[in-house]
Design a protein around this ligand. Structure first.
Ligand code: URA
Length: 434
C-alpha cells in the first residue's frame, strides 16, 4: 500500500480496494501515514465520495482500529443515541438517565464540541468532579451496575476516529457524508451496543442543511449498522434554531435537570421524548412509542429519572448535590442583554451564527487545545415565532471575560431575523427512518 498512490487514485475518482483502505487506516492510526496524507485523502473523499463497498471497508477499518468493547456481562439489550451535532443540543444529558431509569442500559461514548456545535463531554465536565475519562473496565462495570456510563473516546476505542475527528475539524472536511457516517458508526459500534437511535439534525445549526442531505446521511448510517448486524433507527430533527433556551455547558446542564423535573422548554422535551421512546422500543421495554412515552412521563413524575441522573453523576465522581443546588455549578460573573432593534416577530435564528458566537465567548474551542469556560453562554429569551418590542431583551449573555462581549452581542443580533408576520411552524421531528 503506497499512500501517495491511494490518494491520487481517489483524487482522480478511482475506486479503492478494501484491503488498501484497511492498510491505509491502520497505518494512519499507527502514525506511519502522516496527518497531511490523511488530510489530502479526506479532501479527495470530500469531492469524489466513497461507494458502498469502499464505505463499508472504511467504517470497518475505523471500528477495528482499536478495541471493540464486549458488554455481554450486561444481559439486557443495550441501546445508545447519537446526534450529528447542533447548538443547545443537551438531549444526551436527559435521555441517558431517562432510558436507564426505564430499564434500558445506555453505554455512551460521546464527543467534545466540533466546529460551531457543542459536545456532551464538555457539558458533563461542567458538573464538579464529573470524570469522563474512565477505564474500559469501569465503563463495563457502570453499565452493568448503574445502567449507564458516559465517557469520552479513549486511545483504545476507535482511535482512528479520535485522530481523524480532530484533523477534519481543522481541514474543512467535517461536512462530508461518508466521513461523518463512518466516524459516528465506528465509535458507536465499538462501544458494545446492540441497537442505536440516531438524531440527524437538519437546518442552519446542523452539518446537514437540507432534509435531502440528512436523509442520505441517515440511510448511509442505517446501512452501515445493518452490515454489522445492528438495528438503527434515525429521526431527522429540526436544528433551524437552538434547542431549548440555554446554550453553554453549565447552562445546558441546568436545563437538562429542569427537563427531568418536567420544567424544560417544549421543543427540548419533545425531541428528548421522541428519541428516548425509540430507545425503549429497541430495548424491548415498550411495545410502542406511545407506551414508551407513558413510561418516560412516569419516570419524570415519580422522580426516578432525576434519581438515576444523581446516581450516574455520583458513580462518575461528580457532586450529586449540584443537581439540586445549581449554585454548585459554574456560574458566570456577569450578564449583558442583546435587545430587539424593532417591533415584530422573530422569523428565524441563524443557528450556526449562535454556535460560533458561543465559541467566541469561550463556551467552545477556537483551537483543539483551547480551554473552555464552562460557565459562559446564552439564555435565549426569544425564539422563532415570538413577538418582540423594540428594546426588549432577545438574549442574555452570561460572561466572565468582558473582552469578547460586544463582538458576541453583534454576532447574536446578526443571527436573529425579524418580520411583520409570524413564520409557519416547523415540525420538530421531520422524518423517521429505519
Ligand atoms: N459527529 C461525529 O461523531 N463525527 C462527525 O464526523 C460529525 C459529527
Amino acid at each position: 500500500m503506497q499512500p501517495y498512490e491511494l490518494i491520487k487514485a481517489k483524487r482522480d475518482g478511482g475506486k479503492l480496494d478494501p484491503s488498501d483502505i484497511q492498510a491505509f487506516i491502520q497505518a494512519y492510526t499507527a502514525g506511519t501515514v502522516a496527518d497531511y496524507q490523511m488530510a489530502a485523502m479526506c479532501m479527495a473523499i470530500f469531492f469524489k465520495g466513497l461507494d458502498s463497498r469502499e464505505l463499508g471497508a472504511w467504517a470497518r477499518a475505523m471500528l477495528h482500529s482499536g478495541e471493540v468493547l464486549d458488554l455481554s456481562d450486561t444481559p439486557a439489550i443495550k441501546v445508545d443515541k447519537h446526534s450529528t451535532g447542533g447548538v443547545g443540543d443537551k438531549v444526551s444529558l436527559s435521555l441517558a438517565p431517562l432510558a436507564a431509569a426505564c430499564g434500558v442500559p445506555v453505554p455512551m461514548i460521546s464527543g467534545r464540541g466540533l466546529g460551531h456545535t457543542g459536545g456532551t463531554l464538555d457539558k458533563l465536565e461542567s458538573i464538579p468532579g464529573f470524570n469522563v475519562n474512565l477505564s474500559t473496565a469501569d465503563y463495563r462495570r457502570l453499565v452493568r451496575e448503574v445502567g449507564c456510563c458516559l465517557i469520552g473516546q479513549t486511545a483504545q476505542v476507535a482511535p482512528a476516529d479520535k485522530k481523524l475527528y480532530a484533523l477534519r475539524d481543522v481541514t474543512a472536511t467535517v461536512d462530508c457524508i461518508p466521513l461523518i457516517a463512518s466516524s459516528i458508526m465506528s465509535k458507536k459500534l465499538a462501544e458494545g451496543i446492540d441497537a442505536l437511535v440516531l438524531d440527524v439534525k437538519v437546518g442552519s445549526g446542523a452539518f446537514m442543511k437540507t432534509v435531502d442531505d440528512a436523509r442520505v446521511l441517515a440511510r448511509t448510517m442505517i446501512g452501515l449498522g445493518a452490515e454489522m448486524n445492528r438495528k438503527v433507527v434515525a429521526l431527522l430533527t429540526d436544528m433551524d434554531q437552538p434547542l431549548g433556551r440555554q446554550v453553554g455547558n453549565a447552562l445546558e446542564v441546568r436545563e437538562a435537570v429542569d427537563m427531568l423535573r418536567g420544567e424544560a422548554p417544549d421543543d427540548y422535551t419533545e425531541i428528548t421524548y421522541a428519541l428516548t421512546a425509540e430507545m425503549l422500543v429497541l430495548g424491548k421495554k415498550a411495545a410502542t412509542v406511545e407506551e414508551a412515552r407513558g413510561m418516560l412521563r412516569r419516570s419524570v413524575e415519580d422522580g426516578s429519572a432525576i434519581k438515576k441522573l444523581k446516581e450516574i453523576v455520583q458513580s462518575q465522581g461528580g457532586d450529586p448535590r449540584s443537581i439540586d443546588d445549581y449554585s454548585l455549578l459554574p456560574t458566570a460573573k456577569a450578564t449583558a442583554d442583546v435587545v430587539a432593534p424593532r417591533d415584530g416577530f422573530v422569523t428565524g435564528i441563524h443557528t450556526e451564527g449562535v454556535g460560533l458566537a458561543a465559541v467566541a465567548l469561550g463556551a467552545g474551542r477556537q483551537r483543539v487545545d483551547s480551554k473552555i469556560d464552562p460557565a459562559v453562554g446564552f439564555t435565549l429569551l426569544k425564539k422563532v415565532g415570538d413577538t418582540v418590542k423594540q428594546g426588549e431583551p432577545l438574549v442574555q449573555v452570561h460572561y466572565n471575560d468582558a473582552g469578547p462581549v460586544e463582538g458576541v452581542k453583534a454576532r447574536l443580533l446578526a443571527a436573529y431575523q425579524f418580520g411583520d408576520r409570524a413564520p409557519a411552524a416547523r415540525p420538530l421531528v421531520l422524518e423517521r427512518l429505519e
